[in-house]
Design a protein around this ligand. Sequence first.
Ligand SMILES: O=C(O)CCC(=O)C(=O)O
Ligand SMILES: [Fe+2]
Length: 304
Amino acid sequence: MAKSKKPSAAKSSGSEEGLQPVVNSLPRILFTFLIAGAAILYRLQPLWRENPNAMVLAMWNSTVGTNGMVQKVPCPENQKVEYSGCEAATCGRYILDRLVTNEEAEKLIAIAEKGMSLGGGSGGATILDLHSGALSVGTKFADVRELAKKSGIKELFSYEDLKLYRSVKNRIQVEIEKKWKIGPGKLKLTKPTFFSRMTDRRPSTVHDEYWHVHTDTEQYDRFHYTSLLYLNTYHTDFKGGRFMFDSPGNNNTVHPKAGRVSIFTSGTENPHHVERVTSGTRYAITIPFTCDPEYAIADPQMEV
Ligand SMILES: O=C(O)CCC(=O)C(=O)O
Ligand SMILES: [Fe+2]
C-alpha cells in the first residue's frame, strides 16, 4: 500500500510543481487581462458615451425621404428678432440627402485635399477656410494662396472647383429660404465657411479639439443658420465623428453621410458637438448663413 502511495505522492508534488509557474505568473496574467480590458473599453467608449435615449435623426446606412427630415425645437425664450422675414420664427433641424450627389461629394474632397496637401494640422483637425484662405499648418494657420504661390502653383482651385462650391452653397441656401419662408435677397453667406478634415490624432492645439459642445451664435460672429455638408460617411469611411445635438430633451444624433446636408438654426436651442473620430478621416464643409447684411461675404474667389 505504502509502495503504491509513493508514486501518487510523487505525482501530487509534481503537479504542485507544475502549478507553481502558473501561480507565479498569475499577477502578470491578471495585469495583461486588465490592460486588454481597458483597451477594449476605450475602443467601445463612443458607444456608451452616446445617450442611449438619443434618437438618431439620420443613419449612415439609410436615406432620408425627398422632403427631408425635420425636427422642430423650441426657439430660445429670450430670442429677439432683428431681421424679421429672415430670422427663424420656428427653430429646428432639417436634414437633406438628395441635394448633393456622391460624385459631387468626392470632387469636394479632392478640392479640400488639393489645398490641405500644402499644409495640414499636426493635431486631429485641419481647416481650410475658402474665404480667407486660412489653412491649418502644423499648430498654426497660413494663407493657402501664399503657400500655393511659393510652390509655383498657378491655379490652386479651378473655375470648376469654385463653381461646384457655389452650386452646392446656392442649393442649400434655396432650401433654407424655402423651409423658413425667407424672401429673396435676405439670406447671405457668412464667414467662416470652411472644409474640415478630422482624424483621431492627438490634439496639438485647442483648434484640434473639435469635440467640445458649443453654440454657433456664441462661437462665431453672426450665424443665423448653420449648414453642414458631409463629404464622406460614418462607419464606412471613419468611426466616431457622429454629430450630436446636446439640447436637453432634444439631444439627437446625425450620422455623417456623403452628400448629406444638415441645416439647423444657429442659436442656443442647438448646442452641439462632434464626437471624437476613432479611426479613418472625416470630411465636411461648414456653410453658414446670416440675415445681417454687415456680415455677408461674397462667394469665395481663391485666385492664387
Ligand atoms: O462638422 C460638423 O459636423 C460640425 C462642425 C461644427 O460644429 C462647426 O463648424 O461649428
Ligand atoms: Fe458648430
